[in-house]
Design a protein around this ligand. Structure first.
Ligand code: GDP
Ligand code: MN
Length: 339
């Protein structure tokens, strides 16, 4: 029988080859977007893209979170785009968003002003600091996520370049993995002056959470066996991962230890390095998966599958030669070298 445009041709890539291809098998998963009302059209653009490339075959539910009440218009338009999916809209509790009361606001304001004057990206933007802390320590505690085991983080205005025929949630679950990503990148040094020192202190204080050195991913995050952080991190605007990892005692203890130093406000720690450092210290390499088949674009940075057969099967709308993976800002080579 000839293939319809909706049928996936066979393929041999790791993720596809290890998926059952059985659409009846579902994971307990949700698509998750944190967004503002003012970004409605960008948000809906991402929703439409992921629905077209993936979710129209699965109808995974969507959860939208916001630090303000979603507007009627946002909810109406999102529901209209998603007639066959369960959609929910959540308000983030103030205590998960605003800086905690033990933050010295004068010190925070001075630090933000200094970062602003030095052009540290988002350094002077309080909402951005709140967002990074929320995505580090709180998103997985939102009641709307309680029922789920897996999430796929989606941001407004991203692109999905290729058809995604297989189910990445089911793939992670069946292969006993915890975290999937597409791009890895070096953090801006001025955002994290004391992050590594804080993580080293944590490691000393909580050895019980550390994976033995031989097994962990220190080689991905450090070029000198842990003396310094090389700033490599999984780019967290795209994550397909287990909520239970973040809910774990090891991670929540790690987050609280970091949070207590105030580094989310006195510096501008991002959720991406925070996530990555925990993953690298607590998990072995085989628990983390690079979803090479999932062509993806965030701002100007793009991941496009290089393998011709993968690209063709995915009917990708991207050129791997324009991709970010093998540029100097990327950590892809370092990841490849781990295997
Ligand atoms: P970048 O990717 O680091 O440049 O930052 P973005 O502006 O894309 O923000 C990252 C994520 O946080 C996106 O999902 C945004 O929609 C969300 N976000 C950022 N700031 C706010 C905010 O003040 N309120 C809400 N509700 N979402 C925010
Ligand atoms: Mn973004």
């Amino acid at each position: 029988p000839s293939l319809s445009v909706y049928d996936p041709p066979p393929i041999n890539a790791e993720f596809s080859a290890n998926s059952t291809g059985n659409l009846n098998r579902r994971a307990n998963a949700t698509l998750l977007m944190l967004t503002r009302n003012v970004d409605m059209w960008d948000a809906l653009t991402s929703v439409r893209a992921l629905e077209d490339r993936f979710n129209r075959r699965h109808h995974y539910p969507w959860v939208f979170l916001n630090d303000e009440e979603f507007s009627e218009e946002f909810m109406r338009r999102a529901r209209a785009l998603l007639p066959e999916s369960a959609v929910s809209f959540g308000l983030i509790p103030k205590e998960h968003w605003n800086q905690p009361d033990w933050i010295d606001v004068a010190r925070q304001n001075a630090a933000m002003k200094t970062m602003q004057s030095r052009n540290v990206k988002y350094g002077g933007n309080l909402a951005y600091h709140n967002m990074c802390r929320f995505n580090s320590g709180f998103f997985f505690r939102h009641p709307l996520l309680d029922e789920y085991k897996w999430y796929w983080r989606v941001e407004p205005r991203v692109k999905f370049h290729c058809d995604i025929f297989d189910d990445p949630f089911v793939y992670l679950e069946e292969n006993d993995k915890v975290y999937g990503y597409t791009m890895s990148v070096h953090e801006i040094p001025a955002t994290i002056p004391t992050l590594w020192k804080t993580v080293q202190d944590f490691m000393e204080n909580y050895p019980q959470y550390m994976l033995p050195k031989e097994d962990n991913l220190m080689r991905f995050i450090s070029n000198d066996n842990g003396r310094t952080y090389n700033r490599c991190h999984f780019w967290s605007n795209f994550e397909i991962a287990s909520l239970d990892f973040w809910r774990s005692e090891a991670y929540t203890t790690f987050f609280e230890y970091l949070d207590k130093t105030g580094g989310f406000y006195y510096e501008r720690w991002g959720d991406a390095p925070v996530h990555t450092l925990a993953l690298a210290l607590f998990l072995p390499r085989h628990k983390i998966h690079l979803f090479d088949e999932i062509g993806y674009q965030h701002d100007d940075w793009s991941h496009c599958p290089r393998d011709e057969s993968v690209w063709r099967r995915g009917r990708c709308l991207c050129d791997a030669r324009d991709g970010f993976d093998y540029t100097s800002d990327s950590c892809r080579r370092r990841w490849d070298a781990l295997i």
